[in-house]
Design a protein around this ligand. Structure first.
Ligand SMILES: [Zn+2]
Length: 298
């Protein structure tokens, strides 16, 4: 833990001057998790420290859609020291713990929702002993959306898209968009790949069905030159401190940023999954999407 009095001594954020924009990826804002799910939680206290740090550094939050609109304009209208906060999977603690803290600091965010599980529990991480973690309801999502938080799609059933037949991929991508639009009464234009896994064909489908952006993981800062359909994000972990944020935002290095070697390895593995996906499933038993893959991205 870092006392907030020391935050001002940390390196001042200067990412916008270099056109590097941090897109932070959170999952559950909670203090409790099974050992395997632990990389996917950040405690409410640590989350508050992160927001206080961003606040003190005069960062301005934008949604993913606001960011890609700025990319299309060559950066025009993007506030100085912009930061993007994203939350995958729609855990109910977003409503009880994250949203009040975001509102207190005047920050916006983008949520990514797997629509089959809204109002239920996180059944897709049952094999991580986390199948009963409560998820947001449609009523809560409507309220969250009305408060200015962007709600994007995260497929319907949270399966790794690069492992599925393309007809199923298309259904997953279209259905989640339609359901969110029906329930929220507004256009849904952002998407996030479950566990960060995608292929060139999956990316093509996301673009073709009308999304304007899609988030990957990558462990890197995004920028005005980033691919709007494979935006780089930094995975925030339970032990991520403000020093880690400061290092990533000011220098583009530190524990949140994957090394070139690690990114090259992840890229190769992603290509291998795309090409040999079905065989891969055969080798490893029935592959199940694992949130820890996205968090570690290695
Ligand atoms: Zn997810």
């Amino acid at each position: 833990m870092v006392a907030l009095s020391t935050v001002s001594e940390l390196i001042v954020v200067n990412h916008t001057e270099e056109q590097n924009i941090p897109i932070l990826m959170y999952h559950s804002i909670s203090s409790y998790a099974s050992p395997r799910f632990r990389p996917c939680i950040v405690s409410p206290e640590a989350f508050e420290e992160h927001l206080s740090y961003l606040d003190q550094c005069h960062c301005t939050s934008v949604t993913v859609t606001q960011f890609v609109q700025a990319i299309a304009r060559g950066g025009d209208g993007l506030p100085p020291r912009s930061v993007v906060l994203t939350f995958d999977d729609g855990y109910a603690d977003f409503y009880t713990d994250a949203l009040p803290a975001l509102q207190h600091h005047g920050f916006v965010a983008t949520l990514y929702i797997p629509t089959a599980f809204v109002g239920g529990t996180s059944l897709w991480v049952q094999d991580m002993d986390e199948g009963s973690r409560p998820l947001l309801t449609w009523e809560q999502l409507a309220e969250i959306s009305a408060s200015g938080i962007e709600c994007g799609a995260h497929t319907h059933t949270h399966r790794p898209l690069d492992m599925l037949p393309l007809s199923v991929v298309r259904d997953e991508i279209v259905r989640s968009k339609e359901l969110l639009e029906e329930h929220l009464g507004q256009q849904v234009s952002s998407f996030a790949y479950p566990s960060g896994f995608y292929s060139a064909r999956v990316r093509q489908i996301v673009q073709a069905v009308g999304y304007a952006s899609a988030c990957a993981v990558k462990g890197a800062l995004s920028s005005l030159h980033d691919d709007p359909y494979a935006l780089a994000r930094l995975a925030i972990k339970p032990d991520t401190g403000v020093h880690d944020l400061a290092a990533a935002l000011s220098t583009g290095h530190g524990p949140l940023v994957a090394s070139h070697v690690k990114r090259a390895r992840a890229h190769l593995r992603q290509r291998a999954r795309s090409v040999y996906g079905k065989l891969w499933c055969g080798w490893s038993g029935l592959y199940k999407g694992d949130e820890a893959d996205a968090v570690g991205n290695d």
